[in-house]
Design a protein around this ligand. Structure first.
Ligand code: F0G
Length: 359
């Protein structure tokens, strides 16, 4: 199989575009499913509520499997192939499993995904099924699934592709590069959801690297947000039974806890929590005022930003980026709970016109 064959395509992907910043060797296969190069879209209406310099959304939901995981997955799968492995394994609240399954399918590897029973959004499960992953659903939560995945990968020749694998972090740091490349410098604030805490670690690494290279003149304050029912870093101890509507970040004992705290400290940022009702409010605002349909976990960035603004933080003249980590289509059940105006009508011109006020 020639994994390099799609290099001629217009979208070159993370390995090609940022290869010189990644731990690649001459033996690393270069391939892409079209990950990275995601849009940075300026806010039109939410920004008005804040009195800020400028607010942008980084649409990681536009990656090939609909989440930011693809940036790290392409690197970790390429390295697994380089190391002669033919199977990958992950624990997941859904997005990592969708991404692992897709990249494994692309490269002819087997993907094993361990998921917490009943707690994975429908769309994500549908993706793992469609890509042909071996799905191992356990009667337990994400934290237990990750411990089991780690134990298996220590015993057997299989690549663990969770963000405890450093290649994942390497790939995901490229999103920070893209933000600097697009804005001409790092923003003043970066708002990001925190679950297992790999992504906040990755962005911080990317911003630090670009700053050290002189590509950026500053580094952003890293503002991480956890859901109030799953906020171990905020309360300072693991949460046995995490709960939140934001199932992607229903995590009680994040693997990258220490590096998340380092990102917070070194950047002069903060890691805070917001309750589910504020997450859902931001989720609807993003969809209905900006046209951005994301997962509840992604909307936590805007919920956190609105909370800080209410608390009196002055964002005037500040440039802010919120990371929209996953696509709203992944979790249709949450969307279907939004009260909607559904007009049930006969298939008649007159009735429809009357309903629209043109009687
Ligand atoms: N947003 C979404 C949509 C996610 O799927 C995740 C994590 C996060 C944010 C948090 O990122 O874990 O690096 O702090 N999802 C993982 C998964 C846990 O299994 O798909 P993090």
């Amino acid at each position: 199989m020639n994994l390099s064959s799609n290099l001629n395509e217009s979208h070159k992907g993370v390995l090609h575009r940022y290869g010189k910043y990644l731990p690649l060797t001459g033996d690393t296969p270069i391939f892409t499913l079209g990950e990275g190069d995601t849009p940075l879209v300026q806010s039109r209406r939410i920004a008005d509520r804040l009195n800020c310099g400028a607010l942008y959304f980084k649409l990681e939901s536009c990656n090939p499997t609909g989440s930011f995981k693809d940036r790290g997955m392409v690197v970790v799968v390429a390295k697994a192939i380089e190391h002669g492995l033919d199977a990958v394994l992950c624990a997941s609240t859904g997005n990592t499993s969708a991404s692992a399954a897709a990249y494994a399918a692309r490269c002819g590897l087997t993907a094993y995904v361990i998921i917490p029973g009943q707690n994975v959004a429908q769309g994500k499960l549908a993706q793992a099924i469609a890509y042909g992953a071996q799905i191992l659903e356990i009667d337990g939560n994400f934290d237990q699934a990750l411990s089991l995945a780690q134990a298996i990968s220590e015993k057997h020749p299989i690549a663990l592709v969770n963000s405890v694998n450093p290649y994942r972090i390497e790939g995901q740091k490229t999103a920070a590069f893209e933000i600097v490349d697009a804005l001409g410098d790092a923003p003043d604030y970066l708002f990001i959801p925190v679950g297992n805490a790999g992504n906040i670690t990755a962005y911080w690494r990317g911003f630090v690297e670009y700053h050290n290279l002189g590509v950026a003149t500053q580094r952003p304050r890293m503002m991480g947000f956890q859901a109030a029912g799953a906020a171990p870093i905020v309360i300072g101890r693991p949460v046995e039974e995490p709960h939140t509507v934001a199932s992607a970040i229903r995590i009680g004992n994040p693997a990258s806890w220490k590096s998340a705290l380092a990102a917070e400290d070194e950047s002069g940022g903060a890691i805070d929590a917001v309750p589910d009702d504020e997450i859902l409010e931001a989720y609807q605002l993003l969809a209905q005022e900006e046209g951005i349909f994301c997962e509840p976990a992604s909307a936590i960035t805007v919920a956190g930003l609105l909370k800080m603004s209410r608390e009196g933080v002055d964002f005037s003249d500040k440039r802010i980026v919120c990371i929209i980590t996953g696509n709203g289509l992944k979790d249709p059940d949450t969307a279907m709970k939004i009260p909607a105006t559904l007009h049930k009508l006969p298939a008649s011109l007159q009735d429809i016109e009357a309903e629209m006020g043109w009687a």
